[in-house]
Design a protein around this ligand. Structure first.
Ligand SMILES: C[S@@+](CC[C@H](N)C(=O)[O-])C[C@H]1O[C@@H](n2cnc3c(N)ncnc32)[C@H](O)[C@@H]1O
Ligand SMILES: [Zn+2]
Length: 285
């Protein structure tokens, strides 16, 4: 049994799961006979009742994959790897990324942590197809992270959440007491040029306080780094970035170039994010 399978739990009865491989097909099964298929593309479907929504569609996932592999957010992947590394030194240490998308950041974290294994959670099938093969030590599962997670208590050394929905109670339950939650959120000036020129949804100015308020019951913050980079993007990449945002904005690369008044071949867009490290606190008695 892999470390990963040992961490997974049946989403119906919470029992442990055993992997069965029959030719090209694989599935995970608990002692009571609840069975969960491993999709042909390698991710396991652990949301038996379905999910409330389907997550990001294929087109958006493809845009994000291209954008990330162009290296524009490498500074963030590096920072995540640096923050997570110290918690991932034990053999088999598990890092779980919630709302992982293509799991680009998870792959970079695993590169920097040779003993660790990774698990990407998302509801988007197109995202999971990519996440399942992002790294030899990564697996992927279809899980609605708003609900209960099909994972054992205290199984994870690190939980990552970058621009994804947060479930503080489940973060706390699955994290080992000496583990770390690493959260990335946008700062108010994130993508400010795109927001202004294209009328995108603004990052709520009180976002940081809201994040803190919700996590503060289960965690204490032990670190915070603010990162700001001016990205030099092609109009196509800028358009992709605009469309990846929460407003689901649709405009062509040409329209983006025109709206930004970009004369040359590139447009300047500010990426501004906060990376925070939180440690679990003992439940209050
Ligand atoms: C903005 S993307 C961030 C992806 C990745 N963390 C990154 O930084 O590249 C948010 C991701 O959360 C996923 N998502 C949204 N709601 C979810 C839910 N309830 N459960 C699991 N994943 C969810 C989406 O499908 C999408 O892949
Ligand atoms: Zn079961």
């Amino acid at each position: 049994m892999t470390t990963m399978d040992a961490a997974l739990r049946c989403p119906v009865c919470r029992g442990g799961l055993t992997r069965t491989v029959a030719g090209p097909a694989a599935s995970l099964r608990c002692a009571r006979g609840h069975t969960f298929d491993v999709a042909r593309q390698g991710y396991v479907h652990l949301a038996p009742g379905g999910t409330r929504h389907e997550g990001d569609p294929a087109e958006l996932i493809a845009l994000r994959a291209d954008f990330l592999s162009a290296g524009h957010y490498d500074f963030l992947s590096e920072a995540l790897a640096g923050a997570a590394g110290p918690f991932l030194r034990d053999p088999g240490a598990l890092v779980v990324e919630a709302g992982a998308g293509t799991a680009h950041h998870l792959a970079r974290v695993l590169e920097g942590a040779p003993e660790a294994v990774g698990l990407a959670l998302d509801v988007s099938k197109p995202a999971l197809k990519r996440a399942a093969r992002v790294h030899p030590r990564a697996a992927a599962a279809l899980v609605d992270t708003w609900g209960p997670w099909p994972l054992a208590d205290a199984c994870a050394a690190v939980v990552l959440d970058a621009f994804a929905p947060r479930n503080p109670a489940e973060f706390r339950r699955v994290l080992a007491p000496d583990g770390a939650l690493i959260v990335v959120t946008p700062l108010p000036e994130h993508l400010t040029e795109l927001v202004r020129a294209l009328g995108l949804l603004d990052v709520a100015a009180d976002k940081a306080e809201r994040v803190e308020g919700r996590l503060g019951t289960h965690f204490e913050r032990v670190g915070r780094t603010e990162m700001r980079r001016v990205l030099s993007l092609s109009p196509a990449d800028a358009a992709a970035l605009a469309r990846m945002g929460p407003s689901g904005f649709h405009r062509s690369a040409e329209a983006v170039r025109a709206a930004l008044g970009a004369e040359g071949s590139t447009v300047a867009v500010t990426a501004a994010v906060a990376l925070e490290v939180w440690r679990p606190v003992s439940p209050r008695t």
